[in-house]
Design a protein around this ligand. Sequence first.
Ligand SMILES: NC(=O)c1ccc[n+]([C@@H]2O[C@H](COP(=O)([O-])OP(=O)(O)OC[C@H]3O[C@@H](n4cnc5c(N)ncnc54)[C@H](OP(=O)(O)O)[C@@H]3O)[C@@H](O)[C@H]2O)c1
Length: 244
Amino acid sequence: MNETKTALVTGASRGIGFGVALRLAQEGFKTAIVGRDHIRIEQAAKKITEISGTQTLAIVGDVSSWSDCVSAVEQVVQTFGSIDVLVPNAGIGIIGSVEESDPADWAHMMEVNYLGTAHIVKAALPTMKKQGAGDVIAIVSAGGTKGYPEWSGYCATKWAVMGFMDSFAQEVITHGIRATTLCPGGVDTSFWDDLNKDINRKGSDGRSKLMAAADVAELVALQINLPRNVLLKSALFFPTSEWH
Ligand SMILES: NC(=O)c1ccc[n+]([C@@H]2O[C@H](COP(=O)([O-])OP(=O)(O)OC[C@H]3O[C@@H](n4cnc5c(N)ncnc54)[C@H](OP(=O)(O)O)[C@@H]3O)[C@@H](O)[C@H]2O)c1
């Protein structure tokens, strides 16, 4: 158990972020969660506290905004005093062939998926450096390791995160900060319901074959429970029904 430790998870009102935050709370972390909608994020925090019995802080913020990320980190430090684990997770998907895609959607995804990760990592870095320890575990995607037809804009944002995290990992390793990228294949979340194309909608055959958010949380738990001198640098993992 990690009773005195704290965690910050972005995009945690539902889906993978919620599953990861819940798992961290169950591991004994005081957990702060970030999302744009205040009702959804407060309900999620209440649920995590009810299930885990651990204090959970709801923070309203948009990770594409640098000032929101700075404010989120300030709120966590004021409330909990530290950030031991940071999970940049918030992300969106808008798909389509290059020919049919709207460049405005590419820019929007870059702002949320890539800049949203870079912002929260940079905002939390001074706190982690002062602590001389920390874990940054970015939820990326299998799409950060290869391309998929119709997913060019989304994959580009995830490759950007991979490049950022690889550089960052090397900058901070001597400060006791471990940086990990988790690259899941399909996970059963509302990501698919919100997608602009009809793939893996709730109730579809494909949906039942995806992984669960709790499976991604399992990899987060693996990294944080490894001895401090061991780094899981990156993990690419899929449901057994999917192979790439
Ligand atoms: N589901 C998959 O198959 C899959 C596979 C690989 C990787 N991923 C990645 O995993 C991450 C989480 O995906 P998911 O499937 O859990 O998605 P999801 O179910 O759609 O949840 C997304 C979460 O992010 C929040 N969010 C969205 N935009 C935000 C912003 N600008 N600022 C702050 N919070 C924001 C949402 O809350 P609000 O709307 O209230 O802000 C929500 O809590 C994403 O980065 C995604 O690319 C997903």
